[in-house]
Design a protein around this ligand. Structure first.
Ligand code: PEP
Ligand code: MG
Length: 557
């Protein structure tokens, strides 16, 4: 932290999504951190504190059940299982016993949960093993209420437009917020490539992560100025600092206005080569941003965000409505829809997935869809039904590592087409199929890939993490995590050129697509199109207009 003037404090972070915002700060405290706030009272105080937390948790869960659609039978089962664990007399006996032996309520409950966890995990019975997930969920809620009996669990409700400051934020928590009230997001942890960060970019919410913010400054009437271009959060800026920041905000807005002159024109290099620029989107909420920033296509529609933050998968009809809305909202454009990419940092509770040691290397993307075929088929049916509302649709499969995964996915796709034809339900017959290029070894199988699909899209966020052994969620890797790595760039060049050799259309949709140094290199390598957060499209179009093909700095590779 830097103290600049009498009252101004500056917290430094890393830019995720550029913008400048001013407003009250809303501090969302982390459950773990809150444990520090809990002191230890007398035996009866601690027992009461625990009892109160259980009652608050019960109330929450009963309200959740009451709000739930009658048809959400799986959702009800999950919540009922949580209630059973909560009301288990054995748990209460043990917690009370430990409190009598000198533990605080937090310590006692944590210790009891840990004992049950170990017990469940050791049992051979698959049902009991699954209960570990329920136990984890319930215990988080109880621990939260032990520390915060007057607050609402996981319920971030912003009463006024604010800058949200938190240790961390899950994609589903971000999605549950009213976007009009989120002026900015400041995370103490987080990483630039996490899906929460990707969402902030696509929702155009100014955001910084890895911020050395002092959560103890919470309370009071703190005003913040978030300059996420520089990566700074100013706390209670004095009038001089405020005037400087306001001037920066105005000049940033003017710069954005200037970029507007690049709207309504095709993206071309100086020598006239067309390099269409696409937007990466997550759902109907991004349609406006695609139009506002004049993206020529959607190079990546991440559909999985519709599946997060809920107790049951969206039905086929619900999905159909959402896809239709996106297709109708973006006419006359190519849209590449990616099928469900769950796994890694995107988890869903209703599938009861096994806890994995390395979720980014586990049952993720197409692997999960091929395991849960009904889920996959529902999605494909919904997309196909909605396809009559799209001008030019491509469907691609994520996290593909083998040719068999492609043939199996195509087989399922053909089955769904056949089912629809038999029922005389219309769908587009012009859909092209493609794959995400994210697993390094697939980069050496482009001839075989080209026999199966017509395009690839290079997902450099994952391709880089897998080829350079760099966890995309770990912000402590410093310069090692820069994709500007000669070996990686050579690999990209190889993939692009091999794709051309075998007649595959090749795009890049990972976040290096708009990297100022790497973008010209990708263009020189022959990439067909680039897709990025809509916010970057006009800036990239401006930069591409001054690229002289053939004059780019090949030294990069
Ligand atoms: C990627 O991996 O580069 C990509 C675009 O997919 P995601 O970021 O959604 O994993
Ligand atoms: Mg990916």
């Amino acid at each position: 932290m830097i103290t600049s003037a009498a009252s101004t404090k500056i917290f430094k972070g890393t830019t995720v999504s550029k913008g400048i915002a001013r407003g009250p700060l809303y501090f969302k405290r982390d459950i773990n951190q809150n444990r520090n706030f809990v002191g230890k009272g007398s035996i009866s105080e601690e027992q009461n504190r625990y009892n109160k937390a259980v009652v608050l948790s019960q109330t929450d869960l009963n309200q959740l059940i009451a709000r739930m659609d009658k048809s959400h039978s799986e959702g009800r089962e999950v919540i009922e299982a949580h209630l059973q664990l909560l009301e288990d007399p054995e748990v209460q006996d043990q917690v009370f016993g430990k409190i009598e032996n000198g533990f605080s309520s937090t310590e006692a409950y944590t210790a009891v949960v840990e004992e049950f966890r170990t017990l469940f995990a050791q049992l051979d019975d698959e049902y009991m093993k699954q209960r570990v997930h329920d136990l984890d969920d319930v215990s988080k809620r109880v621990l939260f209420y032990i520390a915060n009996p007057t607050e609402a669990y996981e319920n971030i409700s912003l009463s006024q437009p604010s800058i949200l400051v938190s240790d961390d934020l899950s994609p589903s928590q971000l999605l549950s917020l009213d976007k009009s009230k989120v002026l900015g997001v400041v995370l103490k942890n987080g990483s630039t490539q996490s899906h929460t960060s990707i969402l902030c970019r696509s929702l155009e919410i100014p955001c910084i992560v890895r911020t050395a913010v002092d959560m103890d400054t919470q309370g009071g009437n703190n005003v913040g100025f978030l300059d996420s271009i520089a990566g700074d959060l100013y706390l209670n800026p004095d009038s001089q600092v405020e005037a400087k920041l306001e001037a920066k905000r105005v000049s940033y807005i003017n710069e954005l206005k200037l970029l507007q002159s690049f709207r309504n024109q095709a993206t071309k290099t100086k020598s006239g080569r067309l390099v269409p620029l696409g937007a990466n989107i997550s759902g109907p909420q991004d349609v406006d941003s695609v139009l506002k920033n004049d993206a020529e296509l959607v190079g990546l529609y991440r559909t999985e965000f519709l599946f997060l933050d809920r107790v049951k998968a969206p039905t086929e009809d619900e999905q159909f409505e959402v896809y239709k809305k996106v297709f109708e909202g973006l006419p006359n454009r190519r849209i590449i829809l990616r099928t469900l990419d769950i796994g890694g940092d995107k988890v869903i509770s209703y599938l009861d997935l096994e806890k994995e040691e390395n979720p980014f290397l586990g049952v993720r993307g197409i692997r999960l869809c091929l395991k849960y075929k009904d889920l996959f088929k529902d999605q494909l049916r919904a997309v196909l039904r909605a396809s009559v509302h799209a001008t030019d649709l491509g469907i691609m499969f994520p996290m593909v590592s083998t040719i068999e995964e492609i043939t199996e996915s195509k087989k399922i796709f053909a089955e769904v087409q056949k089912e629809l034809s038999l029922k005389k339900i219309p769908y587009s017959t012009e859909i092209e199929l493609g794959v995400m290029m994210e697993v390094p070894s697939l980069g050496f199988m482009l001839k075989e890939v080209a026999n199966e699909v017509s395009f690839i899209s290079i997902g450099t966020n994952d391709l880089f993490q897998y080829s350079n052994a760099c966890d995309r969620m770990n912000a402590d890797l410093g310069s090692i995590s820069s994709p500007n790595h000669p070996g990686f760039l050579r690999f990209l060049k190889f993939i692009i050129q091999e794709s051309k050799t075998y007649g595959l259309h090749v795009g890049v949709c990972g976040s290096i697509a708009h990297h100022p140094q790497i973008m010209p290199f990708l263009i020189e390598c022959g990439v067909d199109d680039l897709s990025m957060t809509a916010q970057h499209v006009l800036e990239a179009r401006k930069a591409i207009a001054s690229i002289d093909d053939g004059q780019t700095n090949t030294k990069l590779s």
